[in-house]
Design a protein around this ligand. Structure first.
Ligand SMILES: Cc1cc2nc3c(=O)[nH]c(=O)nc-3n(C[C@H](O)[C@H](O)[C@H](O)COP(=O)(O)O)c2cc1C
Length: 312
């Protein structure tokens, strides 16, 4: 399949990735009764009366033949605690459902437990659309919970409750830090004893405050773009009410004359040189998610109708 003349497919994917979405699992039972499912962020509400929703599936997905014929399907909206479920259903694992908790919805399709919401549908219409088909379903049953939904934007998961935690932390003693990426490396500051720290400040800004994160970065000569809130946690060893807030961001490079700065590859982090246990554990999660996130960003790749890593 060729790209449309004049459209750069990588840039098109990046532009589409700027639109934040939720993350869903689309499921059905195939003819022999085996459950099938895949991760999708193309879910959209369509109509209130009749109640219609849609989701797009790529023609190269292995479950495409099943979904293109399925008389019913469900859409489960994942909670933010369910990133591992998203990764599982975005994989080619032959038996995704044996590792997930699920039950059958009223129209018969599997719905995943512990989710923010689910919609069980019977097929209303299937529309052929380029390298995808659009499955339009009529909702015959649904449910929702108070769980905070998982978000997705620019190839990264978003957790909305983190922002609320950060707001709640305001006014307490805070440490504001950043995991700054350049490609597949992270920026550390090396101390005289060889230990590695992430850049931190006592507040996010302003740049004029030398002790704030933006001020610290400016003094180091680093131009950083902070993208997402990545973690908010209380340090159990620090005084009560002390909260750490870490952003995820990117840098273009490091000034050559600043000898304390180290760019360390994600697969080469010397864990024993990171003295802070909470930071070690947070970075461990970061590396795991980065390694799992080989799909990068899903936007229906123009070449193959499948997923491509944003960095590639
Ligand atoms: C966050 C995210 C969103 C995705 N959204 C879609 C989507 O909307 N449609 C689609 O066909 N694939 C989407 N994918 C890719 C599929 O989940 C992936 O290709 C999966 O392997 C398909 O499963 P299957 O091969 O068992 O059919 C997405 C993946 C991720 C990680």
């Amino acid at each position: 399949m060729t790209s449309t003349v004049g459209i750069d497919s990588k840039s098109f994917r990046q532009a589409l990735g700027a639109f934040p979405t939720g993350v869903t699992i689309v499921s059905t039972l195939q003819e022999d009764g085996q459950p099938r499912g895949f991760t999708a962020n193309s879910f959209t509400s369509v109509s209130l009366d009749p109640p219609l929703v849609l989701v797009c599936i790529g023609k190269t997905a292995s479950s495409y033949p099943v979904f293109s014929e399925a008389p019913h399907f469900s859409v489960t909206v994942l909670a933010e605690s369910q990133k591992d479920v998203s990764s599982l259903f975005a994989s080619k694992s032959p038996d995704k459902f044996s590792s997930a908790s699920w039950q059958r919805g009223p129209a018969g399709s599997p719905v995943i437990e512990g989710a923010a919401a689910w919609f069980d549908c019977r097929r209303h219409q299937v529309v052929d659309a380029g390298d995808h088909i659009i499955l339009i379903g009529e909702v015959v049953g649904f449910s929702h919970s108070n769980a905070s939904p998982l978000g997705y934007c620019r190839g990264a998961y978003l957790t909305f409750s983190l922002s609320q935690d950060a707001v709640a932390a305001a006014g307490h003693r805070t440490l504001v830090g950043a995991i700054l990426e350049k490609g597949r490396s992270i920026l550390f500051l090396e101390s005289a004893d060889g230990s590695l720290q992430l850049p931190t400040g006592n507040a996010l800004g302003p740049v004029s405050n030398d002790k704030s994160l933006h001020g610290v970065l400016r003094r180091l000569g680093i131009e950083a773009e902070l993208n997402f809130l990545f973690a908010v946690f209380e340090d159990p060893r620090a005084e009560a009410g002390s909260t750490s807030i870490y952003y995820r961001g990117s840098i273009d490079g490091v000034p050559a004359d600043e000898t304390r700065l180290r760019l360390v590859g994600l697969d080469e982090i010397p864990w024993d040189r990171i003295k802070d246990e909470a930071v070690r554990s947070m970075l461990g999660r970061f590396v795991r998610e980065q390694n799992e996130d080989t799909f990068g960003i899903y936007v229906g790749d123009a070449d193959h109708g499948t997923v491509k890593a944003l960095a590639s």
